[in-house]
Design a protein around this ligand. Sequence first.
Ligand SMILES: [Zn+2]
Length: 109
Amino acid sequence: MDDVRATLARDRLATLERLADLSDDFDRFVDASRDSNADDEHDPEGATIAFERSQVDALIQQARQHLAEVDAAMERLDGGTYGVCERCGSPIAAARLEARPTARTCVTC
Ligand SMILES: [Zn+2]
């Protein structure tokens, strides 16, 4: 289980770094859209910036969600329920946990 903890800790760190990068990107888009003519909604550059901003925003949401999953997995590890299916209570196959350390349910569920 120490391996799992190390994997989760690495994943958590990588996700935090990713979030920091994405936040930087997001801030740049916010600045860029402030600099461009914000009054003109038909400004093609403004539309591109808005689109890219929404893409980055979606990636930030994904990264946050992943971070929450990693945190939840670490809590289950501490609570001794890690690797147990949340739905049926069966042990989750090691291969599945290896492929997806944040898995909450077994393959059947
Ligand atoms: Zn199950």
